[in-house]
Ligand binder design. Sequence first.
Ligand code: FPP
Length: 234
Amino acid sequence: MDGNGRWALKRGLSRFEGHNKGADSVRTITRACRRLDIRALTLYAFSEQNWNRPVAEVESLMALLRRYLLEERAEIMENDIRLTTIGRTHRLPSSVSEPLADLIRDSAGNQSMDLCLALSYGGQEELGDAMRRLAQQVADGTLAPDAVDEQRIGAELWSSHLPPLDLLIRTSGELRLSNFMLWQAAYAELFFTPTLWPDFCEDDLNEAIESFRLRERRFGRTDENIEALLQAND
Ligand code: FPP
């Protein structure tokens, strides 16, 4: 969700105002995804690297997250949304981790959509942690080195509860993944837009989904391969 700072700067506002407006986009896009019956939405709300921002900005983001968790709670529950997280959430202050834990617990049985917040998240950190856990199991003798395949690695990731990543949207014109879901992005369709996150609205989401819909996903196969597979499944 990139571009909050630039959105604010263009208007002579503080970066906090940009994040605040970004939180409005979070609401708009989550509502739209629920309406569109999107199975899972993961929002990159705070990266592991974002801890290096000025203390005042980190504190204002934490305050915004707390407010979001308290204010959105009723709507999340009413809409049968399961809230989950990926990331080193033990680093979050208790002002955030407490309402977060409450909502994760209370929404655990909801089934219509997964809303996953990436908090203190990094894709390399996710893979590093998974590798360390697997290495420990191998060292303990509970896991054979040969058993460490792609499926086993995927099951060890923070995001193992999520369906495969289909579409990854990056706002604000940056053309990089910035450490987001590196493993999961292997076959995701990428959509880059110059729109700044606070301006990202339902029309922009629809444009991204339409672009996704028109793409041919081959997963390493040829066109003929896929045609034969589809016919065999008919
Ligand atoms: C990146 O934009 C954005 C962030 C580091 C924070 C994202 C947070 C929100 C959208 C609001 C809070 C989240 C929730 C779930 C309520 P930037 O600050 O790097 O923008 P810039 O590149 O234009 O400076």
